[in-house]
Write a protein that binds this ligand. Structure first.
Ligand code: AMP
Ligand code: ZN
Length: 473
């Protein structure tokens, strides 16, 4: 498996610290609202990555945090906590909001066949771990107190900008226009580890700490939660591309300074899903959720199919037209699979070239669109139906489009419809029996009369070796 690594900026051979075991960390959702389908694009592609690694035989140990505190509306540490905003919007407590939207997130994941990570941890569960790491960073001189908050001192690092080179004037990255700068910072890139003072003093959740009563910054949670569940060495860290800076950059700064060694060598970033008018948003324009797609008659798995049709390192533009095209292609694919009968022999050597083609596509930096075309190659191949079904099931263990399940359901539906069509109306069997008796007695007039009576009911008689049957005229 070759994967593009945002740190080296090349496609590298996938590597693990422990042979056969992948320690994979995923930045989870901020649970102040529903996930939009852009967020879910990231989770779909990460899910394919996990399943591709499992398909290659790795034991993938995956951990995801749930951000339920500390993610501010501004990257410059001066905004309001998104959770608090959500709670106020809905006149609920922060914890009620967190529970509701965490459940909603996993319900969406289930509809999209996104596997639940083995370890899921809300940030508010790990306050003692955050305090320990912040204390360690203070002791080692990587953090300082200013104006009541604890900050990470980015000037103490040899290299802070790990994903991109920043010029001195770019140090303001993350500080959006109209957002006030936090004057406590020694360096512009410094970020908050623990807040006791912010402009927003009505923060609902606060905890006691050696630094004063307050709450954690956003970035510390991922450093601590990954350390808690996956240990000091990660193999793979994932997230949307907007997380690379500042979130992942800050995670690396914290983890490596605290641990005193390199932390995670491979970084997988999914590029954005945009609308035709630009950035996807929860607050402006149409708020695109899985439920909205369903309400409009789209199958969530057609959205997954749409996402697989393009490479994760390219921005993808969403429109209903594009999704509609994906849905009809997906339905046609399912219909073709539904027509296969589980018959014929299974020859490993006959299937191998297509298995190789699929593995090569997925193994080349997760080329899901090419891997999807191999499904069509299977359908066209000179193979038995049983072999085709075997290959489709194998490939779908990575793509997770529920191809065989959907095809089975479709075949059953079609069989039921046909049976209903073939079903004879009441009294028909008696007429057929009377006709058979008339014919046996060579009473052709009576036999013809019965045939006409049946025709008047809208049916024609079909004589079969198993006796006469009728079908709709
Ligand atoms: P959040 O809930 O804001 O913490 O974001 C959850 C995940 O979605 C993160 O990995 C983000 O990087 C990712 N993300 C946010 N917007 C988009 C988008 N438009 N397309 C793809 N991924 C996104
Ligand atoms: Zn994170």
């Amino acid at each position: 498996m070759k994967l593009y690594n945002s740190i080296t900026k090349t496609k590298d051979d996938f590597y693990t610290h422990e042979p056969g075991v992948v320690k994979m960390y995923t930045c989870g959702p901020t649970v102040y609202h529903f996930a939009h389908i852009g967020n879910l694009r990231s989770y779909i592609m990460e899910d394919v990555l996990q399943k591709a690694l499992e398909h290659e035989g790795y034991n993938v140990q995956r951990c995801m945090n749930i951000t339920d505190v500390g993610h501010l509306t501004s990257d410059a540490d001066t905004g309001e906590d998104k959770m608090l905003k959500g709670a106020r919007r809905e006149h609920k407590t922060v914890m009620e909001i967190a529970k509701f939207y965490t459940d909603a997130f996993f319900a969406d994941c289930e509809k999209l066949n996104i596997k639940r990570p083995g370890m899921i941890e809300p940030a508010t569960n790990c306050i003692p771990e955050f305090i320990t790491m912040i204390e360690g960073l203070l002791e080692k001189g990587y953090a300082y107190e200013a104006g009541g908050n604890i900050y990470f001192d980015t000037s103490k690092l040899k290299k802070y900008y790990v994903f991109s080179e920043h010029e001195e004037e770019d140090l303001e990255t993350g500080v959006r226009e109209g957002v006030e700068e936090d004057t406590n910072k020694r360096n512009k890139a410094d970020f908050v580890l623990w807040f006791t003072k912010s402009k927003f003093e009505d923060q609902e959740l606060k905890w006691d700490s050696p630094f004063g009563v307050g709450y954690p910054g956003w970035h510390i949670e991922c450093s601590c939660i990954s350390l808690k569940h996956l240990g000091e060495y990660l193999d793979l860290h994932c997230g949307g591309i907007d997380n690379a800076f500042p979130h992942h950059t800050n995670e690396i700064a914290q983890s490596e300074s605290y641990l005193g060694h390199a932390w995670c060598p491979q970084w997988f970033h999914v590029h954005h899903l945009n609308t035709t008018s630009g950035k996807m948003s929860k607050s402006s324009g149409e708020f695109l959720t899985v439920s909205l797609l369903e309400e409009k008659g789209y199958d969530p798995l057609a959205y997954r199919f749409f996402c697989l049709g393009s490479h994760y390192r390219r921005n993808l533009v969403f429109s209903y037209e594009n999704l509609g095209n994906a849905q009809s292609a997906y339905e046609k694919l399912v219909a073709r699979i539904a027509a296969l009968k589980n018959e014929g022999e299974i020859r490993e050597e006959a299937m191998q070239p297509l298995k190789d083609k699929f593995a090569e596509a997925i193994g080349n930096d997760l080329n899901t669109s090419l891997a999807t075309t191999v499904l069509y190659d299977v359908l066209k191949a000179d193979l038995t139906d049983a072999e085709k079904l075997h290959l489709l099931a194998d490939f779908d263990s990575v793509l997770s489009l529920s191809l065989l399940e959907k095809a089975k359901a479709l075949a059953e539906k079609q069989a039921k419809e046909k049976a209903a069509e073939d079903a004879m109306p009441e009294g028909m069997q008696e007429l057929l029996d009377a006709r058979a008796a008339a014919r046996k007695a060579k009473n052709w007039a009576e036999s013809d009369r019965i045939r006409d009576e049946i025709a008047a009911m809208g049916y024609v008689i079909v004589d079969t070796p198993a006796g006469a049957k009728v079908k709709k005229a």
